[in-house]
Design a protein around this ligand. Structure first.
Ligand code: NQM
Length: 311
């Protein structure tokens, strides 16, 4: 793959660029697999980063994303709006429009978005909005504004993607459980994997999914959640062991409501940048049978993002 650039923008100090030269996965993805969580960054010279951003990344273009898709063996992508672009969805929309129907998008919108703009996003392939509650990434948005947006996008058949930290789930519970759409949680609600998988914190997340059949979860980002590793580098085939019990639990208990994505280009990692080929090799540790793998990688994302192609 070509090398990352950063144009006229100065990257956040300590920024880790995405990994060039990812390995070929040993795990063969099922036909039609969807990378259901990834981003594009700029390029900043074409799609400037938002003034209100909390970090400035290296560029990560649609061409580079689609080269990675082909290299890893995915068929499609879901491109999720990254906070460094604020509510300016142009880079994500451009990526969707250039994909020949192989990418769908998740946008960030404000209350001021017009119905016509929502229609344009839909035509480009957007099927959801993301509400981010991670305080280091975004400023606070009032819940009544988010609920109003949720009611509007429900009419388009879209869903809401929520991103939050596990400690904040109790406080956000009433809001999340009042959302009228399908709700997709990013990265299992970011559990603290140094705590027990059957402890109260992760149990609350499981209860959230058990009691609310409209709630789905991405079982992605072991590289973000892991404390003990080992890292997905240097051919490691048993990476991120401490995350495995958490993700496997969610996949096995809710096989029809889970999604997986690379999270390329891996914003804000501080410790290491994983080899994306080895991240794909992580999948059979958490979805241990071909039937579970097919649901996670094909059936579920197709149902949510390309329902018109379902029989
Ligand atoms: O890529 C992710 O899912 C996670 C992110 C970044 C992010 O969400 C964003 O900038 O929109 C993070 O934890 O820093």
């Amino acid at each position: 793959m070509s090398k990352p650039t950063s144009g006229d923008f100065t990257k956040t100090a300590g920024w880790l660029d995405w990994y060039t030269g990812p390995s070929k996965p040993r795990f063969q993805l099922p036909a039609g697999a969807v990378d259901a969580h990834c981003h594009v960054f700029g390029p900043g010279a074409e799609f400037p980063y938002a003034p209100e951003r909390k970090y400035t990344p290296c560029d990560a273009s649609k061409q580079q994303l689609y080269a990675l898709r082909d290299h890893l063996g995915f068929s499609r992508n879901v491109v999720v709006q990254a906070t460094c672009h604020g509510a300016d969805n142009r880079a994500m929309v451009d990526a969707c429009l250039s994909s020949g129907g192989k990418a769908r998008g998740v946008a960030t919108v404000k209350r001021s978005v017009t119905d016509e703009e929502l229609q344009q996003l839909h035509a480009a392939g957007v099927r959801g909005v993301r509400f981010n509650f991670v305080k280091r990434l975004v400023d606070f948005t009032p819940k009544d504004e988010l609920m109003e947006i949720a009611a509007r996008i429900q009419k388009l058949g879209w869903h809401v993607v929520i991103y939050f930290e596990a400690v904040d789930l109790p406080e956000l519970w009433d809001f999340f459980t009042a959302l009228p759409t399908t709700v997709v949680v990013d990265h299992m609600g970011r559990p603290d994997v140094s705590k027990p998988v059957d402890g109260p914190e992760f149990e609350l997340f499981l209860k959230f999914m058990r009691e609310h059949p409209n709630v789905w979860s991405k079982v992605s980002c072991p590289e973000r959640l892991s404390v003990t590793g080992p890292k997905a580098l240097d051919g490691e085939q048993a990476a991120y062991q401490d995350v495995v019990p958490f993700a496997r639990k969610v996949v096995e208990e809710f096989p029809d409501r889970v999604l997986w994505g690379t999270d390329w280009p891996h914003p804000n990692l501080k410790d290491h940048m994983p080899d994306d080929g080895l991240l794909v090799d992580f999948i059979p540790q958490i979805a241990t049978t071909p039937a579970l793998q097919k649901k996670l990688l094909v059936t579920n994302p197709m149902r949510l993002y390309w329902p018109e192609e379902q029989a």
